[in-house]
Design a protein around this ligand. Structure first.
Ligand code: HEM
Length: 449
């Protein structure tokens, strides 16, 4: 008791410090870390998904052959011959999609609670890198079954990677300076998807991306510890604060129990999904029979929709702008008050709803005009392509979102409100364009109800 710590608490501290799995936690955490309506347990679930992906992935790898001749049959064997193979593949597939979806939701939660503030800038940037790694992990695994779905989805993906060609074609320099072709070749190793692509995707999927992701997750968790745990309202910050509800609590055993409960619940949902829904496996890939419509994986369908307006605008300008915006969020918004408060309070909540409404109206109006009346090329058949590239629903949506965010910033005098307006519009636009790609595009990418 000489140091002021009771024997009971000393035992708790010892448990956390000695145990390899527990020592990732601080000895004590703020009650906010346990508030379900704050984190929704999303980071923990994501970490758990990653472990599941590695475990099931290693088992799948033992039965999979990454060759154009054998890949499809080996996946069929996994589904129909290897004992339990079907469930392992289903779990792997659903956890993979879950990871992409939850990474977006986790990012949205971190953004709206100001979790990138208070010295957490670097961790936000690590998070953005992780988001893209998770998407490419998923995308590289997409090709491996070598069925029609995989083949044509990746063909579309590689065409998106070649989007630069629209610009070099306009400038007439593609012959000597084919950046799009170079990026595409880097990705698939050839002019079209074949053995080179399968080998590349396999290596990226089982070695390069998981190892890189592991490194960044290590950095992510390290930063959470270094940043003093997750964000929380500043008024509750002081560890010694006597105000009720603000005292830090021992990680052992409360946090452990909470995490165990989340893990069990996630495992149960995943197992039920794997039992009820099989991962898709269509006919073997056939390069001479294109799928119609050929669709990329769902998280790239928003981009595929934009690419259908203009390859360069949809495949390069908008994704780069989005990435630059995500990375610069902590530098645009430097207001450190209201950290740990959803939407930064009443005003932010109002701006969020207004921005959702604004983005829905603008985006749907632009798509409506395009679908109902056509676009520049329909109205003026001889118009230079550069104008179509610069003025289309994708670029106009982005322009309107930026103007809205600037106006919000100037009318509220707050960088945070401007960031909220921009982030909300960007996410709303992303969801709408993705939904159009998933549900409203049929044969030849025609719009249908
Ligand atoms: C596999 C993906 C990821 C894993 C496993 C992961 C894990 C975690 C965990 C366990 C936490 C603490 C608890 C929680 O907030 O739920 C956390 C917090 C955080 N994450 Fe992630 N994360 C991932 C992706 C991302 C992404 C995509 C971003 C942002 C673009 C991000 C940014 C952050 C930030 C800034 C914090 C600190 C938030 C705060 O203090 O409130 N993370 N992450």
């Amino acid at each position: 008791m000489a140091s002021g710590i009771s024997d009971h608490n000393r035992r708790r501290l010892g448990r956390i410090n000695r145990n390899f799995f527990l020592h990732i936690h601080a000895n004590k955490v703020h009650p906010n870390s346990l508030k379900m309506t704050y984190t929704f347990g999303l980071g923990v679930i994501l970490g758990f998904f990653f472990v599941i992906m590695i475990l099931t992935g290693v088992i799948l790898m033992m039965n999979y052959t990454p060759s154009v001749e054998r890949a499809y049959d080996s996946v069929k064997d996994i589904m129909f011959i290897v004992p339990g193979g079907r469930y392992i593949r289903n779990i792997h597939r659903w956890a993979a999609h879950g990871m992409v979806l939850l990474s977006f939701l986790h990012m949205i939660r971190v953004f709206f609670t100001g979790g990138y503030l208070g010295g957490r800038r670097l961790n936000w940037i690590f998070g953005v890198v992780i988001l893209f790694l998770v998407m490419f992990m998923n995308f590289s695994g997409y090709l491996l079954p070598w069925d029609q779905l995989a083949y044509w989805a990746v063909t579309i993906g590689s065409n998106i990677a070649a989007s630069f060609r629209e610009l070099t074609d306009i400038l007439g320099i593609t012959q000597g300076f084919d950046v799009g072709g170079f990026i595409m070749k880097l990705l698939i190793g050839d002019e079209s998807v074949g053995q080179a692509a399968l080998s590349r995707f396999f290596m990226m999927h089982v070695i390069f991306l998981p190892v890189t992701l592991m490194v960044f997750l290590g950095l992510h968790f390290w930063r959470i510890r270094k940043d003093g745990g997750i964000s929380r309202p500043v008024s509750n910050d002081a560890v010694e604060s006597p105000s009720p509800g603000s005292q830090k609590i021992f990680s052992w055993p409360v946090v452990m129990w909470a995490e165990l409960a989340i893990l069990l619940m996630t495992a149960a949902i995943l197992l039920i999904m794997a039992f009820l829904f099989d991962a898709p496996l269509r006919e073997q890939a056939n390069p001479v029979f294109p799928e119609n419509p050929a669709k990329s994986p769902w998280y790239f369908l928003g981009i595929q929709e934009l690419v259908s307006y203009s390859a360069f605008a949809g495949g390069v300008i908008i994704p780069v702008l989005f990435l630059v915006f995500l990375i610069s969020i902590p530098y645009l918004d430097r207001e450190d008050q209201n950290i740990g408060v959803w939407f930064s309070g009443r005003q932010g909540r109002r701006i969020t709803w207004q921005s959702v409404l604004f983005a829905v109206i603008i985006t749907i109006a632009l798509v409506f005009i395009l679908v109902r009346y056509g676009w520049l090329r329909t109205w003026f058949p001889d118009i230079p392509q550069i104008l179509v590239m610069l003025l289309n629903p994708a670029t106009l949506s982005a322009l309107f979102y930026i103007l809205w965010a600037k106006w919000t910033g100037s009318r509220t005098g707050s960088g945070r409100m401007s960031a909220i307006a921009m982030f909300t519009c960007a996410m709303t636009g992303f969801i709408i364009y993705t939904a159009i790609g998933i549900w409203f595009r049929g044969l030849n990418w025609e719009f249908y109800w």
